[in-house]
Design a protein around this ligand. Structure first.
Ligand code: SF4
Length: 364
């Protein structure tokens, strides 16, 4: 179970009940700070490693609930974010967060229960079907060992019939969710990858077979599940490894309990490559040839991306014709080449996913 080595607490929340609850589960030294923790005298690459062992508890004064930033250049899925905190104790070489934030530590917002849930309450009251996730700027279970937030969110979502919460993770830390009354309003989702990549590029994360076993357990507990093959990476033997993961997945999980499966190929901001090379000198995934996308991120050339997606899609379709499969951050042209249709033919990508949520989660 992950524990930070050092905890900073913003002075204004030192007496907050949630701060006190979290601190009661931690035994590490705690320092109260007026504003932000002091940045160590380290290079940015070293500061990230330091930050992964450092937790900052504070108040968030921005919007907890907001649309996913997406991008105009590629098809967006209409996802909403519930922003519980940022940073991650796992250490994936390709993690975009390394180049995204200028604060290296993990931050958790202790006012999430009063201010965050109030915003969620207002959003759900509109009666619109919303797909909401906490795993955009962190792993949805990064803070769970000491914050124990997910049982509260699951219970909260179980009280309504129009929206779903998606908790995305690479961890297997789900034992505390067994007895929660979820009413299938929470989807537990796992990021999957080729076994050799999980081993070399996803430091601290359990092997992919363990993640699938956790999803199997979640299925037994009645939760709908989802999977994200992201980032798909090309390497010698990628076909065999990805095929093995898809086959294992469908051996363990009934297709009708899968809300969706997304496919996304490796993409990264140019600044990330330098940071990743410093922090992970052995990584080879950035050595391929890449093209600059319309969103300013590097990605494989289009035919190579299409080849990856088609391979995974065809393998998935051997097991299920119904499960919703979609591409993350891709253009209509790529959709057409991979699937033979574009989301527009089905009412748009948000509509496709809404329908999948209605079918698998039993929404109104
Ligand atoms: S699990 Fe996700 S958020 Fe955490 S380091 Fe890996 S890519 Fe980043």
């Amino acid at each position: 179970m992950w524990q930070p080595q050092k905890v900073f607490v913003a002075e204004e929340v030192k007496d907050h009940p949630y701060t006190q609850e979290i601190l009661s589960r931690l035994r590490q030294p705690v320092e109260i700070v007026k504003e932000l923790p002091p940045l160590p005298l380290l290079s940015w690459a070293e500061a990230i490693s330091w930050g992964k062992k450092t937790l900052f508890l504070t108040r968030y004064s921005g919007r907890f609930f907001r649309p996913c930033p997406g991008t105009k250049a590629y098809l967006c899925c209409g996802y909403r974010i519930f922003h519980i905190g940022q940073g991650c104790p796992l250490d994936c070489s390709y993690c975009i967060l390394q180049a995204y934030f200028n604060r290296p530590w993990l931050t958790f917002f202790v006012n999430v229960l009063e201010d965050g849930l109030k915003e969620l309450e207002e959003a759900l009251a509109t009666g619109r079907l919303l797909r909401i996730g906490t795993g955009e700027f962190t792993d949805s279970f990064a803070f769970e060992p000491f914050a124990c937030l997910n049982p509260r969110l699951i219970t909260f979502f179980a009280r309504q019939d129009r929206s779903v919460l998606e908790l995305k993770t690479k961890t297997t830390f789900i034992h505390h969710l067994k007895e929660i009354s979820h009413r299938r309003r929470t989807i537990l989702a796992w990021s999957l990858n080729a076994p050799s990549l999980c081993q070399t590029e996803e430091k601290g994360a359990p092997p992919v077979t363990e993640r699938i076993k956790a999803a199997e357990k979640a299925t037994r507990w009645g939760y709908p599940v989802a999977f994200h093959f992201d980032p798909l990476v090309r390497f010698k033997g990628w076909q065999e490894e990805y095929q093995q993961v898809v086959d294992t997945l469908f051996r363990h999980i009934p297709a009708d309990n899968i809300a969706w499966i997304s496919l996304g190929s490796l993409r990264f901001m140019p600044a990330l490559k330098e940071i990743a090379w410093r922090r992970f000198p052995g990584t080879k995934i950035f050595s391929d040839e890449f093209v600059l996308g319309l969103d300013g991120k590097k990605r494989y050339f289009r035919p190579l991306r299409v080849e990856l997606y088609r391979f995974l899609y065809q393998r998935i379709r051997r097991f299920s014709q119904e499960v919703c499969v979609y591409l993350c951050m891709e253009s209509e042209e790529v959709w057409q080449e991979v699937f033979g249709f574009t989301p527009a033919a089905l009412g748009g990508l948000p509509r496709m996913l809404d329908k999948a949520a209605q079918r698998v989660c039993g929404l109104a």
